[in-house]
Design a protein around this ligand. Structure first.
Ligand SMILES: [Zn+2]
Length: 396
């Protein structure tokens, strides 16, 4: 018998008195529910208190009328190992981001590793090591999906088969390595897809000295699953090219914090006009030249809701359920059977908004009151967000 996981050990958790339940599902963003029951780290029931079995809980949480939402999923990060980033030489950036409501991060390549290997056996070894390392260790409980190799010239189909067999499920941003032409990238993306590996492409101007331009023709020809930072990371393509990507591709439209904010706002609005908001996904692209952004995901939600004038409950889906669906994750939506990765939010103290959704719509970021990952409380009142007006209470 192996030792129980944290999720198993957490037993039954009952959350009552939820004021607003955001589902993460863009087809139905607000649930008519005030109670949620967790068993062994998974959502076992959600609904009105009278309809849920709330007896015999190991932990009872009174939400105090606050909002319960799926934990945020950052679609685009660049981790290296553990809770350290060499990019800005910072410790604890993942734990700090947990305090911003993020429960899952998805690597777009461990590109900041000092001395990153660029030979093929070396890049494969790094990807497998990063995948294993973060599968075995969750910093502060946060799920980091890593092990995303950066494509280099000379890779052949058997390299992708070997990576897949070793447990690698992601590619690093196409374009960060020596593979930059549409035809070459398209071939490798197709091999990756055939072997069950998901792909992301860098979109826009060079990110740092040494990287290159990826324009809309390369993005379309490469046909990666995720149009990574469609608003640039940092430099955006001209807006007409971004519109063409929205219209001619059916792939995910990822908008990031470390991109061009104006284009991010215009893209979200354009996707809505095209009635394809379910394709919009949010990320930070941190750590990067502009730093680590523990509140980057919440800032993106407030930015897009306020400046693109999109209802806040819909923008929260871009940061949760949309990404989970496109990435095949078992979190991101409040639904029976899903992982209980949850964040309690409330309007920040002294915001002009009368409730959480209005405060976000007015451009204020909410306060985080508590974060659970697989039913385990990982942080209480956030040390990073403005203080939430109300925070949940643990009753026993
Ligand atoms: Zn990039």
């Amino acid at each position: 018998m192996s030792a129980p996981t944290d999720a198993e050990a957490s037993g039954k958790v009952v959350i009552t008195n939820v004021g607003l339940m955001l589902s993460g599902d863009i087809r139905n963003p607000i649930l008519d529910a005030d109670t949620l029951v967790i068993e062994s780290g998974r959502i076992a029931a959600v609904g009105k208190q009278a309809d849920c079995d709330i007896a015999n809980a190991k932990t009872r949480i009174d939400a105090q009328g606050t909002t319960l939402a799926p934990g945020l999923i950052d679609s685009h990060v660049h981790p290296v190992f553990g809770d350290w980033t060499p990019r800005q030489n910072q410790l604890g950036w993942i734990e700090s981001t947990l305090n911003g409501g993020v429960t899952t991060m998805i690597s777009a390549g461990e590109v900041h590793l000092p001395g990153r290997p660029k030979d093929i056996v070396g890049l494969k070894a790094l990807a497998i090591t990063a995948q294993r390392s973060f599968a075995n260790f969750r910093p502060a409980g946060v799920k980091v999906l890593a092990g995303a190799p950066v494509l280099e010239k000379g890779m052949v189909e058997s390299d992708f088969a070997e990576l897949a067999a070793a447990g690698v499920t992601l590619l690093g941003e196409v374009g960060l390595g020596s593979v930059k032409s549409g035809a070459e990238a398209g071939q490798m993306v197709a091999w990756a897809r055939k072997h069950g590996i998901q792909s992301t492409i860098h979109t826009g101007g060079p990110s740092i000295p040494g990287s290159g331009l990826i324009d809309k023709d390369v993005v379309l020809e490469a046909d990666a699953d995720i149009i990574g930072h469609i608003n640039g990371g940092h430099t955006s393509l001209p807006y007409a090219q971004v519109c063409e990507l929205c219209e001619r591709s059916s792939r995910a439209l990822e908008i990031v914090h470390n991109g061009n904010e104006r284009i991010g706002i215009l893209t979200a609005r354009h996707a809505r006009e095209l009635q394809c908001s379910e394709r919009v996904s949010l990320g930070t692209d941190g750590p990067a030249g502009s730093g680590v952004q523990p509140l980057g995901m919440l800032r993106m939600v407030a930015l897009l809701s306020s400046m693109a004038e999109i209802p806040a409950e819909e923008v929260f889906c871009y940061a949760t359920g949309n990404t989970a669906r496109m990435r095949g994750l078992d979190s991101g939506v409040i639904e029976v059977g899903r992982a209980a990765d949850l964040v309690f939010l409330d309007r920040a103290q002294h915001t002009a908004g009368r409730d959480l959704l209005e405060s976000v719509r007015l451009g204020d970021i909410p306060g985080v009151g508590m974060v659970l990952i697989e039913g385990v409380i990982r942080c209480r009142r956030s040390r990073n967000t403005p203080p939430a007006t109300q925070v949940p209470m643990v009753l026993e």
